[in-house]
Ligand binder design. Structure first.
Ligand code: ADP
Length: 230
């Protein structure tokens, strides 16, 4: 099966001394997989996500995403790579408060040169699917946390990324909104989206991931298939 992520002997050190913060590890994620990365605080989850997103570089090893060796790209190459292949969702949404919902969603498409008309049409389609079309002209500050995370998911999906990365996407949400976002991620996985989800919430991992990698001290302590519960 086609691999969306291939990490080969990847290690990341922030200090010269002691063990690396992450790795060395070798790990592949196939197209259509939903991988949850779990582990206690400080176990290397964010480091792993940053390497895969091209937001940071490994000290050792090769990071191949969507068939590209990204650890060797220039900063500009990395920025282009991220725009085209990666969608990211964060705990605190990272929306731009002075842009409307639809403009937030369209922004990554406009940055890759998609026409205004096409970007607007794709944004509308996503807002419809995610149940936020009625908020298209609102500013994010007027929305609930759960609605904001839906906007963030729509923005992450607008360029049809090969890979959706989610970093504690329910961490700032109340229980009901967290459940909505969990169901949304499960639906995206079912529709074939490749997802990597970082969370310390084992219930979230169990609900939306087809596989869970559990990190301890930067190493893979467990790697198990876990069919989505529903
Ligand atoms: P997690 O996301 O699981 O909480 P992190 O990837 O943030 O773990 O951190 C893994 C280890 O690397 C921790 O010991 C952390 O202190 C260290 N670390 C993370 N980022 C940096 C950084 N920018 N500079 C120095 N040390 C860092």
């Amino acid at each position: 099966m086609h691999q969306v992520i291939e990490l080969d002997g990847v290690a990341k050190r922030y200090d010269r001394v002691g063990a690396p913060a992450l790795g060395p590890l070798t790990l592949s994620v196939a197209e259509g997989e939903a991988l949850a990365v779990t582990g206690p605080s400080g176990s290397g989850k964010s480091t792993l996500l940053n390497l895969v997103a091209g937001l940071d570089r490994p000290t050792d090893g090769a990071v191949i995403v969507a068939g590209r060796r990204i650890d060797r790209l220039s900063e500009r190459g990395l920025a282009e790579f991220r725009r085209e292949y990666i969608g990211m969702v964060f705990q605190f949404f990272n929306l731009l408060d002075d842009l409307t919902v639809t403009d937030n969603i369209q922004l990554p498409a406009r940055l890759t040169g998609t026409s205004r008309r096409k970007a607007a049409a794709r944004a509308e389609e996503l807002m419809e699917t995610l149940g936020i079309l009625k908020h298209a002209s609102a500013y994010p500050g007027r929305l609930s946390g759960g609605e904001r995370q839906r906007v963030a998911v729509a923005r992450a999906l607008i360029n049809r990324p090969a890979l959706l990365l989610a970093d504690e996407p329910t961490g700032a949400l109340d229980t009901a909104s967290g459940r909505d976002v969990r169901d949304l991620l499960t639906d995206l996985h079912r529709a074939g989206q490749t997802v990597v989800l970082v969370t310390h919430d084992m219930a979230l991992a169990k609900a939306c991931a087809s596989r869970t990698v559990h990190l301890v001290d930067g190493r893979v302590a467990q790697d198990f298939d876990a069919q989505a519960a529903r």
